[in-house]
Design a protein around this ligand. Structure first.
Ligand code: BEZ
Length: 204
């Protein structure tokens, strides 16, 4: 089964490093579900430490993080313990041990050639609808700033009903949806808009 943008996020009840987790219990929150190829790999270790460093910032934005790979719970525990001991970083979010690959397959996160998960990111809205998907190759670490910016952009779309233009940053102008009728288009231009199809709106 493929997962599409705008689709209800497939539900799951899973075993994680923080105990059992039912995705449905996160209804009302934003969720970042991210998969990594394998425990004890260098790029993934840097990503986990950065997600951990930004964890409180995500929490303040009503965003929950969930990691996922097909490694066992014991592998996850040993890796988290190692990160704590060697780098002094506590991993505060749950990491799914998807040993049966059920969630990974449901979310198109499997590399069936290697049997590992790919480096994927899903952002799920408070109604449990998939709003954003990003895939990176195994050798390319994620940009957590961009993931943070994407959540902020999605929240702007959600809260203000405004789209966000290219390279939008928090505090920047939004874009009002384009008119759906000729009358509305003409009215918009008469009201001083440079074009009928692109109109910015300040959020200050
Ligand atoms: C890494 O996280 O470093 C990694 C994982 C899988 C393949 C290559 C690199």
């Amino acid at each position: 089964m493929a997962v599409y943008l705008g689709q209800k996020a497939p539900g799951f009840i899973v075993n994680t490093t923080k105990g059992p987790l039912d995705l449905e219990s996160y209804k009302g929150k934003w969720v970042i579900l991210f998969s990594h190829p394998a425990d004890f790999t260098p790029v993934c270790t840097t990503e986990f430490m950065e997600f951990a460093r930004r964890y409180e910032e995500f929490k303040k934005m009503n965003v929950e993080l969930i990691g996922l790979s097909v490694d066992s719970i014991y592998s996850h525990i040993q890796w988290m313990k190692d990160i704590r001991e060697k780098f002094g970083v506590e991993i505060p979010f749950p990491v799914i041990a998807d040993i049966n690959k059920d969630v990974a397959r449901e979310y198109n996160l499997m590399d069936e050639k290697t049997g590992s998960t790919v480096r994927g990111v899903f952002i799920i809205d408070p109604n449990m609808v998939v709003r954003l998907m990003i895939y990176y190759p195994a050798e390319t670490g994620r940009n957590i700033d961009e993931i943070m910016r994407s959540v902020k952009a999605l929240k702007m779309n959600w809260n203000r009903k405004l789209a966000t233009p290219v390279n939008w940053q928090p505090g920047g102008d939004g874009i009002v949806s384009a008119p759906g009728t000729l009358e509305e288009a003409i009215k918009r231009e008469k009201n001083g808009s440079k074009t009928w199809y692109l109109k910015y709106e300040s959020v200050e």
